[in-house]
Design a protein around this ligand. Structure first.
Ligand code: CU
Length: 182
């Protein structure tokens, strides 16, 4: 109040105008930050799905059940809407190299390596674990949207490391098969 009293009419008008613009600008920044936060959360939830568990367990490499599960990799239906996918990395490919699972199902990946360290990464998702010989790592993931996702190797493993790419085909249906692309 005393501040306003010592001002010329021009200064008072300028002061009021500047204050109004600062309020508007601050409000705009708050709105932009809120939209950015909400938008980021929306895309993270939509595209990354839920990685609900990561861990590793050890099994006897000579266990016949394990040998069978990881021989060529396989997909097993474990519940009405759940699948277990056994993946093995070998220089320089993933088995199986085509994985078909339905959208919305809970997929548990069991990942190991037959030779050296490989990096199991599903592009466009938060799934990323190291495939270690003699160790089985596991991660759960739910694909929200049908489409083709790629498994890459992100741990340098030799000459054809860059060619270690496999496909996950997420179907809208419940149909599940495994195979090799021709
Ligand atoms: Cu590699």
């Amino acid at each position: 109040m005393s501040e306003e009293q010592g001002m010329t009419p021009f200064e008072a008008a300028f002061h009021a105008s500047a204050e109004r613009h600062e309020r508007v600008w601050t409000f705009c920044v708050i709105v932009m930050l809120a939209l950015l936060t909400i938008g980021t959360m929306f895309y993270v939830v939509r595209d990354y799905g839920l990685v609900s568990a990561t861990g590793a367990f050890y099994t006897d490499p000579a266990d016949p059940a394990r040998e069978a599960a990881f021989a060529d990799g396989k997909i097993v239906r474990t519940g009405p809407n759940a699948y277990a996918v056994y993946v093995v990395g070998r220089a320089w490919h993933w088995s199986p190299d085509v994985i078909r699972v339905p959208a919305g199902a809970e997929i548990t990946f069991y990942v190991t390596s037959a030779d050296v360290l490989h990096g199991f990464e599903i592009q466009g998702t938060a799934v990323n674990l190291t495939a270690v010989p003699g160790v089985v790592g596991s991660v759960k993931y739910t694909f929200r949207r049908p489409g083709v996702y790629h498994i890459i190797c992100n741990e340098y493993c030799g000459m054809l490391h860059h060619a270690m790419v496999a496909r996950i085909v997420v179907t809208p249906s419940q149909a599940v098969t495994t195979g090799t692309p021709s």
